[in-house]
Design a protein around this ligand. Structure first.
Ligand code: IVH
Length: 675
């Protein structure tokens, strides 16, 4: 073997191992930069020695578009679908059916999350990925090998010294919520149709003609079923097959559990449903399988589904209802957002009467018309949205909507600047809708975080002329509220206290609350760290602002423009007079590098800090706050209701787990607080 060949093989095997640690074990041991450097070295060597390139090399994930994409492939074993259970009774009947056939209840179950994505089959021959296909009609699917190869969590080669001749597995390709939201943001910005849900986005991404497009979509896979193994190990239970699949480097969902009784299955279903919206990806139920493969054999299949498995479905998050009207709302920046007025419908655990339609282009792209039957979706805390029309239900009486020319709240023209996706009301803060949204943003979680000051109270305050801009919040006579229905002594006192507390928020919060375009929490903190106070920032020139690290020209221009507006200068002055803090306390000289090089993970709520503030306090001392515990974490800080998995992981890795009190000492004293 030549030197180059040896190094190439070494790099490939290391990269594969790190890939496995990162994507399958979720436990990386090297930095992204280190990984990238290894990939670069491998690419360079392969470019110099093209004869040494093999299809299973980690560099060979994204290929050029190929002719055989979507060619039909016959599955080695048919891909059945699953029978559904909607209720506990359905699960009990399923168990009883199996008991009748087996003369005793199944000897155990495996519960798995039902992932909402696209079912695929992967076939490995002698350990090398041979084909990836969609489910199709269950017998024949479409060849999407070139696209599935681009998923970093699909191994191109199994981790096995003596891999089976054939290994065929089934799994679900899905798009995590975060990737889904990012994709839709990009689609909307580019004026393209947004995807209705992560499942459609995953399906659309796998069915791309160009693998390079799939590669950008941040898809992932969970493997949940062994289809066929030839020339490999034998198994007694489904659980053993999952353990095996995981051991050869396939990504098996860690939420799966082996359980003895149907009662334990019920408890699993309860837990899965409660945790449903805390997951990073979409699930639509729990799949329950009889664990023993011998029992599975005896139970067999109906024409379409195995008798040994069932899908317990969570309540639906999509429903059909009538679109009565489309109206617009004017947001705090003046953006006109169309929303749907619906025949109220129970969906995703709540009755929904209004749903967002995003923007003008989306209404046109989705082609929803007033009077349409539409699909409405509500998942967790997410804002309900109209997914699209049920075209087949049209009568011809539906009306096409277009953006009104004038604002329904203030009568000013609504204009859409060229190249922008949104139309805006031109009425400025004289527009009551805009003022209302502005105040709501100002007082909201992302802003000054004034408890008890939501839409309802803001509406009341505006209606009675108690306030008209954010500074008024701090000066109006709260006692007057006692005259209004529903405002007892306690609620008045609560609001007064909340307003008082907000006067002393970090200045970066105030800056975020003011709602300058492009100025969110991170930018605001950077600016205040640099300038120390809001008045100092407002005196700074555009050029000076753009010199700040992390601040680009667009933000600098927005901030300078905002600062030069006399109305805004007046507002800031008024806020200062009302006793709102405009200046950051001078930072402790020593504090800047107390935590230099240290990396922390925060779990739960630390008393006296929002998550943002805790992270900012760490950053201000040169430390870093990250999302997951790894070998490089200095300490895990646990507050109230921390996540169990982070603590377990830290303990496993021997990383110190400290409380809020120690956190405060860390901020004051530095790392010696850990000793
Ligand atoms: S097992 C013979 N397990 O649900 C077993 N399916 O309605 C067949 N799905 O087409 C499937 N998560 O797309 C199984 N943990 C899981 C699953 C799962 C999602 C999907 C899959 C299948 C559909 C069945």
């Amino acid at each position: 073997m030549t030197n180059a060949q040896q190094r190439i093989e070494e790099l490939r095997s290391q990269i594969r191992e790190h890939n496995y640690r990162y994507h399958v074990l979720d436990d990386p041991v090297i930095s992204d930069a280190h990984y990238d450097a290894m990939m670069r070295e491998l690419r360079r060597l392969e470019e110099a020695h093209p004869e040494l390139v093999t299809p299973d090399s980690p560099t060979q994930r994204v290929g050029a578009p190929v002719g055989d994409l979507f060619r039909p492939v016959r599955h080695l074993r048919p891909m059945f679908s699953l029978d559904n259970a909607d209720t506990r009774e359905d699960l009990v009947s399923w168990e009883q059916r199996m008991e009748r056939q087996l003369d005793e209840p199944p000897r155990g179950y495996v519960c798995e999350l039902k992932i909402d994505g696209l079912a695929v089959v992967l076939t490995y021959r002698n350990g090398i990925l041979d084909t990836g296909a969609t489910r199709g009609d269950g017998t024949t699917g479409e060849d999407v090998t070139a696209n599935l190869r681009t998923l970093a969590s699909v191994p191109l080669r199994l981790r096995a010294d003596d891999p089976p001749e054939i290994l065929e597995v089934r799994g679900e390709v899905y798009m995590p919520y975060r990737a889904f939201e990012e994709l839709n943001r990009r689609q909307a910005e580019a004026g393209l149709a947004i995807f209705a849900n992560p499942r459609n986005a995953a399906a659309g991404s796998v069915r791309q003609k160009d693998p390079a497009v799939t590669a950008k979509r941040k898809l992932s896979i969970w493997v949940y079923q062994l289809g066929l193994v030839e020339g490999g190990p034998g198994f007694g239970t489904h659980w053993e097959t999952l353990e095996y699949l995981s051991s050869v480097g396939l990504r098996v969902n860690p939420s799966s559990e082996r359980l003895d009784t149907i009662e334990e299955v019920f408890a699993y279903v309860d837990r899965a449903e409660a945790a449903r919206h805390d997951m990073a990806y979409q699930t639509d139920g729990v799949v329950i399988k009889a664990d023993s493969l011998a029992e599975q054999d005896r139970l067999g299949y109906t024409a379409k589904a195995p008798r040994w498995a069932i899908a317990y479905k969570f309540p639906p998050e999509e429903q059909v209802t009538t679109l009565r009207d489309i109206q617009i709302n004017i947001g705090r920046t003046g953006a006109a957002t169309p929303f749907a007025v619906l025949e109220p419908v129970f969906v995703g655990g709540a009755t929904v009467g209004l749903a967002t339609l995003h923007n003008e282009d989306q209404v046109a792209l989705k082609d929803v018309r007033i009077g349409d039957k539409v699909m409405v979706r509500r998942a967790g805390d997410v804002i309900p949205e109209v997914v699209g029309p049920v075209v087949a239900a049209r009568t011809g009486d539906e009306k096409v909507w277009s953006m009104p020319e004038t604002c329904p709240f203030c009568g000013s023209p609504i204009l859409r600047a060229e190249g922008e996706a949104v139309a805006r009301c031109t009425g400025g803060l004289a527009c009551p809708s805009r003022a209302r949204e502005w105040l709501f943003h100002f007082a909201g979680r992302g802003g000054m975080d004034i408890e008890h000051l939501g839409y309802k109270t803001i509406d009341l305050l505006l209606e009675h002329g108690y306030i008209s801009d954010p500074a008024d919040i701090f000066t109006f006579d709260v006692e007057q509220l006692a005259e209004h229905e529903g405002w007892g002594e306690i609620s008045v006192a609560n609001l007064r206290r909340a307003i008082e507390a907000a006067k002393n928020r970090p200045v970066a919060r105030l800056l975020t609350a003011l709602g300058i375009r492009h100025v969110g929490g991170t930018v605001a903190r950077t600016l205040i760290r640099e300038f120390g106070s809001l008045p100092a920032l407002m005196e700074a020139s555009e050029e000076r602002i753009s010199e700040v690290e992390g601040i680009g020209p667009v933000i600098a221009a927005q901030v300078a423009e905002w600062s030069s507006d006399p109305a805004n200068r007046g507002l800031v002055e008024k806020l200062g007079e009302a006793g709102v803090r405009l200046e950051e306390e001078p930072p402790d000289e020593r504090s800047s590098d107390l935590l230099a090089g240290a990396s922390f993970v925060i779990s739960g709520t630390i008393e006296g800090f929002t998550r943002e503030e805790a992270e900012a306090a760490i950053a201000a001392r040169g430390g870093k706050a990250t999302g997951s515990v790894s070998g490089r974490t200095t300490a895990l800080i646990v507050g109230e209701s921390p996540g169990a998995s982070k603590t377990a992981k830290a303990e496993e890795l021997g990383i110190p787990v400290v409380d809020g009190e120690t956190f405060r000492r860390l901020l004051d004293e530095g790392l010696s607080a850990l000793e």
